[in-house]
Design a protein around this ligand. Structure first.
Ligand SMILES: [Fe+2]
Ligand SMILES: [Fe+2]
Length: 163
């Protein structure tokens, strides 16, 4: 019986490359958000801590889906290039600002990855990136709303919505 083998061609390699880049960023975000979750919990920002934990779990699920897809395409999941926070943050506004940047970058990376998958004719991978994109857009929207409300209403918003 003829053995069916998947062949990794140039187009698939491009897709695996973008899936890996998104994967590394996701794993990096898991670390950053969990770190912030623990900090916020210890500072008494219970609601914000819960939100950060939920976001970290979302990013973890994204990374799992990506890793599975990389393996499906006969690629290798490499865990060596995680995004690491460069500075330690204690102020919640700084944390939120950093997360807005992370989500912004993720959305840019995903949009460009979706185009790459489309050009490579890999719509399975494209659909996966589209699902993740929608989730990151929700994260970004939520973070921006919180950030803007803190700037507008200050401590009052923090006390009512984040503690
Ligand atoms: Fe994510
Ligand atoms: Fe996100």
């Amino acid at each position: 019986m003829e053995k069916i083998m998947k062949r990794t061609n140039r187009k698939t390699s491009k897709v695996i490359k973008i899936l890996s880049e998104v994967y590394w960023a996701e794993i990096g975000a898991v670390g950053i958000y969990m770190d912030q979750h623990v900090k916020c919990e210890s500072m008494g920002y219970k609601k914000l801590a819960d939100m950060l934990e939920k976001d970290a779990i979302d990013e973890m699920k994204h990374s799992e889906t990506l890793a599975e897809r990389i393996l499906f395409l006969d690629g290798t999941v490499i865990n060596e290039k995680h995004m690491v926070p460069t500075e330690k943050q204690h102020e919640i506004l700084d944390m939120l600002k950093q997360n807005i940047e992370i989500e912004d970058e993720a959305i840019e990376r995903l949009n460009s990855g979706i185009s790459t998958c489309f050009s490579a004719g890999d719509n399975g991978s494209r659909l996966i990136l589209e699902e993740i994109l929608k989730s990151e857009e929700e994260h970004l929207d939520k973070l921006k709303t919180i950030y803007e409300n803190i700037q507008k209403f200050g401590d009052q918003f923090i006390v009512t919505h984040l503690i």
